[in-house]
Design a protein. Sequence first.
Length: 341
Amino acid sequence: MKNVYLLITLSLLSLNLSAQDIQYSQFYAAPLYLNPAMTGASEMTQIGVNYRNQWPGLDQSFNSYSAYADHYIFSANSGVGLIVNRSEQSMANLSMTEIGATYSYRMRLGFRSFLRMGGQVSYMDRDAYFGDMVFGSQINDQTGAVGGTSGESLGDGISHQFMDYSFGMVYHNENMWFGLAGHHLTQPNISFIDGENSKLPIKVSAHGGVKFDLSGGTSSQLLNQRTGTRELTLAFNYKNQGAFSQLDMGAQINIQPLVLGVWYRGIPVQKDDMPNHEAIIGLVGISLGGGLDIGYSHDFTLSSLGNANTGGANEISLRFSFLATNKRGAGRTTSMPCFKY
């Protein structure tokens, strides 16, 4: 009976998640996905990939993939990028693929103080396969046997394509940052059924943090001599999409080349005074030299689903950074103090 209740709960969550964006615990390792204003923020050329497997302890898991590339154009104070995202929800045979182009512009507000503004335009493809779905009318309520036809006219497979638009901005100096982003600004229709209107809710996010130098040197020494980097960074990321809200709070310590981090995800106090504790996240990252960074994180489920049932979530990120230009300014260290992962 416990497994039946768990299956019902997960089925409901699957329906809810169909209206939500995919999420990454290492969201700073997916900068273009977090905020289009982060395009080119490294002031280098970057290529990165992200993979997340949520609830691996179950037969039906949620898989997310992301790949991106961005480049900073020094002569134009601009960043350009390309991002590809895909999510697969095996329980509902539902998938979403996104191909987007991003652009950002960096404005100087003062000495090492900047405002970055960016936008994204994307082509989205939403697919579902209903051939393996089981409806209540097919289940014998006496024996639990499944058989017969459901009478539904959904067909085996269906797809829907649409355009999507996002905008964001980030203010930062060498020690702190604060960003705002809005995704799905036109609330596109994602319904598979002609004549029906099911809007994809706008996702609004706010993220920021502060960095503390633990090396004992000056800020300029820290920025110019990364091999001796020792930093502590505190940060948060809040998201709201439709009826769903989420807050991530965490810290990372960077002792070059190793990064260790811990996050808390949940809403400690809600309007109904019922806390929503979702996960504790542990992270380890390493810089292998030559511009290659690797990160791994695991989500330990705190909710009633239980970590023993779901297996939490595993996430891997890879990032390769290099200079692809000899323009004036190339080779300097970016003033962006964000998390590495």
